[in-house]
Design a binder for this molecule. Sequence first.
Ligand SMILES: C[S@@+](CC[C@H](N)C(=O)[O-])C[C@H]1O[C@@H](n2cnc3c(N)ncnc32)[C@H](O)[C@@H]1O
Length: 283
Amino acid sequence: MKQDYYTFHDMDDEEIEIRLLLEAIRLKYGYDFSGYSKVHIKRRILRRLSLSDYKSVLDMLPQVLRDRAFFESLLTEFSINVTEMFRDPSFYKAFRRDVVPVLKTYPFIRIWHAGCSTGEEVYSMAILLKEEGLYDRAQIYATDFNETVLQKAKEGIYPIHTVKDYTHNYQLAGGEASFADYYLADYDSVILDQSLRKRIIFADHNLVTDGVFGEMNVVICRNVLIYFGKELQNRVIGLFYDSLCHGGFLCLGSKESLKFTSRAEHFQSFAENEKIFRKRFGV
Ligand SMILES: C[S@@+](CC[C@H](N)C(=O)[O-])C[C@H]1O[C@@H](n2cnc3c(N)ncnc32)[C@H](O)[C@@H]1O
C-alpha cells in the first residue's frame, strides 16, 4: 500500500530528490517535514522550483545548506500562512454559544492556539472573550514554528484592505460591538488595540518535534493538520489529548477530523459541524 508521507521505497527520481532535500533540512535546521502530506510538500517544492532558475530539486540542495534565508523562504513555502480574522464565522458563533457557557463556570481559562500564523485567529478569540467578560481570567498561548509569522502576530498590524471582510466576518460570528472599536487606522494599516494583547503569550513551538503544552481548557488548531500525513496527524492529536484537561475542548479546521486517529474514542463531538470536540471525563 502506498503511504502519503515520505517513508516508502517505491519512489521515482523526483521523489527521491525531495526526500533528500527534506533530510538535508532536518539535519541542518532541525525542522522535520517527513510526516507532512506528500502531495502538499511535492506541490510546494515544485512550485518553488518553477519560480526559480534551478533545473531540478537536487540543484536547490547546496543553497538550502549554505543560505539560511533561502531555507526560511522554503519554510514559509511549506507552511502556508493564510489566515483571517473570524475565519469561518460559524465556528466562532458556535464557540460563543456552546463553549463559552462552560468556560464561564471556571475561575481561570487556559487556551492554546497551535499554528496561529500571523495572529488573526488569536485576536479574534481575544475579542470574543472580552465581549463575554472572560478575557481577564484567560491566559492564551499562541504558537507557531515560523518565527517570521510569529513576529507579525506579536505586532498585530494588518493591511487596511482586510478590514471590510473582517468586519463582515465579525458580524456573522455574532460580534456584539462595532469592529472599529478594536483597531486604529493608520494610513494603509490597522493597528489592533493593545489591550487585546494583554493576556496573550506568543511562542515558538513545533508540533512535530516539541512536546506537550500545559494543562489547557481549550486547544485550537485549525487548518494545520490538513498539511500533515495520517501518521503525523495521529501523533499531533495525541499531543493535544495530553495537553488538555478532562472536559477540555479541541477545535479543528472545517476539513479536519479525529476520524481514524487512535484518540477518536476519547473525545465526544461537541459541535459536530464546527469540529469542536470535548475530551471525555475519566479517560
Ligand atoms: C493555514 S495556517 C492556519 C492559521 C490559523 N490557524 C487559521 O486557521 O487561520 C497554518 C499554520 O500552521 C503553521 N504550522 C505548520 N506546521 C507547523 C508545525 N509543525 N508546528 C507549528 N506550526 C506549524 C504554519 O506556520 C502556519 O502558520
